[in-house]
Design a protein around this ligand. Sequence first.
Ligand SMILES: [Zn+2]
Length: 197
Amino acid sequence: MKVVKEDGQQEVECPSCGLSQATYKLRDVRLGEQVNKKVLVAVCNSCDKALSVPTQTTVKIKSDHDKTRYSIDIRLPAHYLDILTLASHRINPALAESFGKTLILYYLHALNTERYPSKNLANLLHSDFAKAKSSKRLSMKISRSSLDEMRSLMENQGFKSNTDLLKSIILKIHDDIVLKRIPKHLAELQNLAAVFA
Ligand SMILES: [Zn+2]
């Protein structure tokens, strides 16, 4: 992929001027509802119209668009939140409370790609330990790709609600990180945590 720069020159076919010289300039580009501020586009030197969008700008616009967040809001027993706190603390004692959500999303991805085994995930919900009053809330903002991964894992594992899926993931975190004397993926999780600590 060729990367262009501001004030770089390009020969273009302009609908008004015919074959002409264009300069890459930073312009606001509207795409449907979305206005993309100051992105590089090829602008005709004769008529000053924006004529084409280089690949790097297309990719940037797409990735800005993908930043849309989706709200997940579930109720769950209090000890599930404690599991997230204990697991985060186990990985890195300096970590803030919010790492629990990152850990859930990391597990979601790892289970979805079979990096971590996802077999019998739903069975975790049937243990006596899993059952208690749902007295607490867990709210998260997740990306489009995490939402897709939730849907895919729900379908593959036969979960009926995202509440059951997220509860199972937290119970898996309990088994893998809180209960184990030496968690199998500790080094990998500590690497991930280093970005957040
Ligand atoms: Zn022109």
